[in-house]
Design a binder for this molecule. Sequence first.
Ligand code: MN
Length: 199
Amino acid sequence: MAFELPKLPYAFDALEPYIDAKTMEIHHDKHHAGYTSNLNKAIEGTELDGLSIEEVLQKGSDKAAVRNNGGGYYNHKLFWEIMGPNGGGQPSGELAEAINKSFGSFDKFKEEFSNAAKTRFGSGWAWLIKQNDGSLAVCSTPNQDNNLMPNTACAGKPILCLDVWEHAYYLNYQNRRPDYVEAFFHVINWNKVEELYKG
Ligand code: MN
């Protein structure tokens, strides 16, 4: 059973002016499509074929092609879901309480998450994860690594992520990664993040 490129849940231009349509189109139709197709090639005919993506990441991450493309498939799928055209603002309900408990305040969380995104050297991701004890933590990973892979520096369930590869922002922001990170907060779909937190 091959993995399929997930459909973008909104139009390419839905996140403008924060993320431009051309970047979204190339990012989804070329980059995410490439990871998906290369993941399928990497697992075809192996013992990983037919497993869920979570299982593939847990069992196959010692193989570079599986790690890079499996991570690329999973990370981008989550990334599209946790953004949206009516996003931004602040979370509410249980998620807001959990953020306050783990970070002190929303502003403290935002600062920590933004720093993780801005200081990741080279390509990678910033994450908000739910740990086994239910608390939240922020971290970043290199390349297409994520928190589901064994031996990660920050294990947990990813509930929010930000792609800081240059392909995610260079057309519009060039070298200004901090501006892109700030813009991202205007398109976060907090309802989806809360759903992942509770799930
Ligand atoms: Mn990307």
